[in-house]
Design a protein. Structure first.
Length: 69
């Protein structure tokens, strides 16, 4: 996990190296959809996908200007 305080935003990144983990669920969930909705409530954006070097990353970027964060 990486937490970055940028001049205009707070950025949180969670990633892995793709060397294992849980098997795929039989039924899809709403995890990424729910995270995108929550980040959007604060005017932010969420990106998720495979990393070029392997593994997967989820990054939330939430603007701080005028938000009180």
């Amino acid at each position: 996990m990486i937490l970055r305080y940028l001049p205009d935003a707070l950025e949180v990144q969670v990633s892995d190296n793709g060397s294992g983990g849980m098997p795929p669920a039989e039924h899809g969930g709403h995890g990424l959809i729910g995270m995108r909705e929550r980040v959007a409530l604060f005017g932010g954006e969420l990106t998720a996908g495979p990393r070029p070097e392997g593994g997967y990353a989820v990054v939330a970027r939430i603007p701080t200007s005028g938000s009180g964060l």
